[in-house]
Design a binder for this molecule. Structure first.
Ligand SMILES: [Fe+2]
Ligand SMILES: [Fe+2]
Length: 191
């Protein structure tokens, strides 16, 4: 099962990140923390789904490790983390969660897959755009780690749902995400 984002990130986004890198970095840190929390919220919500639980605990540890790495860069640069803010991208995606426990579960997995794919795409763009060697190495390594995450969510979906239902709904999620990404104003944020 493959996932290709329906729209690429614009070069305007990349240029904005490069000129406002510190602001982007603080938002990036928040995103890593939220990714760890999202994985743990699936553990808390579905304690009877053992494969999911094990995969999500591993993911939470990996995302928390990313958070620690970003926080080190934040501290090196003498920046201070900001208070938690709602992420308009994630909020808008959430509006498309369907009711009914199985539909809702599939939507959580597939939206997470799309969010992970977008994150990996953007980290790779950041790696190519930044001029600092330490940052290039960090974002390339991070992109490689994040590139595996969308597959992890698709694999989980395959345990609990048939391929046709997954692919049909995944197509819809890719379209939903495309519409949201194209509408969002360009900020120095991950989304
Ligand atoms: Fe991460
Ligand atoms: Fe991730």
């Amino acid at each position: 099962m493959n996932l290709t984002l329906a729209t690429p990130t614009s070069s305007a986004w990349v240029e904005n990140i490069v000129t406002n890198f510190d602001e982007f970095l603080l938002d990036h840190a928040a995103n890593e923390r939220k990714a760890a929390m999202m994985a743990m919220s699936l553990v808390a919500h579905y304690p009877d789904r053992l494969e999911l639980m094990e995969a999500m605990i591993d993911l939470a540890l990996e995302e928390l490790n990313h958070f620690r790495q970003v926080v080190r860069i934040v501290n090196q640069r003498g920046l201070v983390l900001t208070a938690d803010e709602k992420d308009p991208y994630v909020n808008q995606l959430r509006h498309h969660f369907r009711k009914g426990s199985e539909h809702y579960f599939l939507d959580r997995l597939l939206s997470a897959a799309v969010i992970e794919a977008r994150g990996a795409e953007r980290f790779s763009l950041v790696a190519q755009a930044v001029s600092d060697a330490q940052l290039t190495t960090f974002y390339s390594t991070l992109a490689k780690s994040e590139e595996k995450h969308h597959q992890l969510f698709l694999d989980q979906a395959s345990i609990y749902f048939d391929t046709e239902s997954i692919l049909d709904r995944l197509d819809e999620w890719l379209e939903i995400e495309k519409r949201i990404v194209e509408q969002l104003p360009i900020h120095p944020r991950l989304h």
